[in-house]
Design a protein around this ligand. Structure first.
Ligand code: ATP
Ligand code: MG
Length: 415
């Protein structure tokens, strides 16, 4: 049996002449994810349709649940293009809703095929008659338990309440950013937030082995893989930062060590952004959350950034961040107990309101530039792709193995 899924393109409607590009990128992203299964993705008049056989249904649902740029989606029943067929299907969907405990319903209709003899009011009025006569559910146009949608286009689709989409813009329309990804709760959420604005996101993790364990690194890699599920693909650059941190510990006044580490990370991020042609640097900082995130300390960090520094969580509180982490599936991994490097080198009384001049002066005294460059050169890159996640979980086509091999592979080339 062929299944038809319908994705609603929401915010994209606002974008006037860019709409075609955005729709094209959205469809490309859906197709890329579904490469390893049988499925056909089409765009028609503000809607994305995906048709697939039984065995691809789970892959399509996964894709619709991860795709950025759709406001909602539903599995639609395709019926013959006449009012009797619509009435029958409305009855079916009312019966199904009743089984789920619904008591009231309303119909919504859209007609883009102007040759259909009823306009959208007519479809709503006539479409409900059979269900109404059979008294399956009561009509409530203001606050219904279920809304049944009818769309008469080149085919006629009937579907009940759609599942919420992730909204935002399709990944690939807003350039590329470099995310400083640590193992905490915040930075994966920050990356997701920028992906949701259409940005491709590469990641960078500063690893202080053996002070931070391999498990800590694996945890961050896993986070990169999870967010790649939304961002289509993501490279994670693992940068061995132990020597840099030892130098900071040796030379910096104790209360400045965390801030100095941030500045060194920023210096290294500048190099990486240049090499990977990222247009901005992204962090998970949130104002006032910890000592290094006071306004003055953030100003110090920012003064070392050679790219726009985006902090999508700056005005969010921890509960809001946790809610998003739960929603995108990073929470469970983020709360695993392996410390990240910042914890081990934390001063007892970190400076709260550093001045940019003082921070620069201390940074100069560390003589750490060569070590940062060395760390940058020794980085290891891994690549994660959403299409490989789909292939691994649901893939049915023969090229499945090839796709699966990508995730976590270690390309040796230095980008
Ligand atoms: P998170 O929960 O994201 O780890 P946090 O609340 O623990 O953040 P900090 O440790 O002060 O806050 O880190 C602030 C930001 O600096 C992080 O959100 C992240 O973007 C970046 N960062 C911190 N440590 C690292 C690291 N080891 N590698 C890469 N980026 C890091
Ligand atoms: Mg952290």
């Amino acid at each position: 049996m062929t299944h038809t899924f319908l994705g609603k393109i929401g915010e994209l409607m606002l974008k006037g002449s860019n709409i075609k590009t955005f729709e094209r990128v959205l469809a490309q992203n859906a197709r890329a994810n579904l490469q390893s299964v049988q499925a056909e993705v089409k765009l028609r008049a503000g809607r994305m349709y995906i048709e697939c056989p039984d065995e691809s249904v789970e892959a399509v649902k996964w894709t619709l649940n991860h795709l950025l740029g759709i406001t909602g989606w539903a599995e639609a029943i395709v019926v013959e293009k006449n009012i009797e067929a619509i009435q029958k299907e409305v009855v079916n969907q009312c019966l199904a809703a009743k089984k789920l405990g619904c008591k009231t319903f309303k119909l919504e209709a859209r007609r883009s095929d102007k040759s259909f003899p009823y306009d959208h009011y007519g479809i709503m009025r006539e479409g409900a008659t059979l269900a109404y006569q059979q008294k399956i559910l009561d009509v409530d146009v203001h606050n219904p338990d279920v809304t049944i949608n009818i769309e008469v286009r080149e085919k006629c689709f009937v579907y009940s309440d759609s599942i919420k989409g992730r909204r935002g813009l399709p990944v690939g329309v807003s350039g590329k950013g470099l995310l400083l990804l640590s193992g905490g709760l915040d930075s994966p959420v920050a990356g997701y937030r920028m992906m949701r604005r259409g940005m491709s996101v590469d990641c960078c993790y500063f690893h202080a082995y053996p002070y931070t364990s391999d498990q800590a690194r694996e945890k961050v890699e896993h986070l990169a893989e999870i967010i790649a599920g939304y961002g289509m693909r993501s490279h994670i650059n693992i940068i061995p930062f132990t020597d840099v941190q030892m130098q900071i510990k040796k030379k910096s006044p104790e209360e400045y060590t965390t801030l100095m580490l941030r500045l060194c990370m920023m210096k290294c991020a500048n190099m990486l952004a240049e090499r990977t042609r990222a247009g901005c640097i992204i962090t998970g900082e949130s104002l006032g959350q910890v000592a290094s995130q006071t306004l003055q300390n953030m100003e110090c960090t920012e003064s070392f950034a050679e790219y726009p520094l985006l902090r999508p969580l700056v005005g969010m509180d921890k509960e809001e961040i946790i809610a998003t982490a739960l929603e995108i599936g990073t929470y469970e991994t983020s709360i695993l107990p392996y410390e990240d490097c910042c914890v081990l080198f934390s001063p007892r009384h970190p400076v709260l309101h550093a001045s940019v001049e003082e921070a620069k002066r201390i940074y100069e005294s560390l003589e750490v530039d060569d070590l940062i460059k060395e760390a940058f050169e020794k980085r290891v890159i891994k690549r994660y792709e959403s299409r490989s996640i789909v292939a691994k979980e649901f893939g049915t086509k023969p090229n499945k193995d090839e796709l699966t091999a990508i995730n976590g592979s270690e390309p040796t080339e230095t980008r």
